[in-house]
Design a protein around this ligand. Structure first.
Ligand SMILES: [Zn+2]
Length: 80
């Protein structure tokens, strides 16, 4: 097995751990995290997967596989 494949396997393992943790959380716990802008979804763990852009299944924001969770507060007009 080449090093890159091993690395991707490792990421997938971390992704599965993340999914397990999220599944163990109560809806209330998840809601609170998302309201604080701390959505526990980690799309960066999908690096190398043929997924690309997708909606976060937790907070609904558009995400890109392989890139850290994009903040839900991208609306710059909100602060002006
Ligand atoms: Zn999210």
């Amino acid at each position: 097995m080449c090093a890159i494949v091993r690395c991707m396997d490792n990421l997938l393992e971390q992704y599965n751990d993340m999914v397990t943790k999220v599944n163990a959380m109560s809806d209330e716990e998840l809601d609170n995290l998302i309201k604080q802008g701390k959505c526990p979804y980690q799309p960066e763990l999908l690096l190398g997967q043929p997924i690309g852009q997708h909606h976060c299944h937790l907070c609904g924001e558009m995400q890109v596989a392989g890139i850290k969770h994009l903040p839900s507060d991208l609306d710059i007009n909100k602060h002006s």
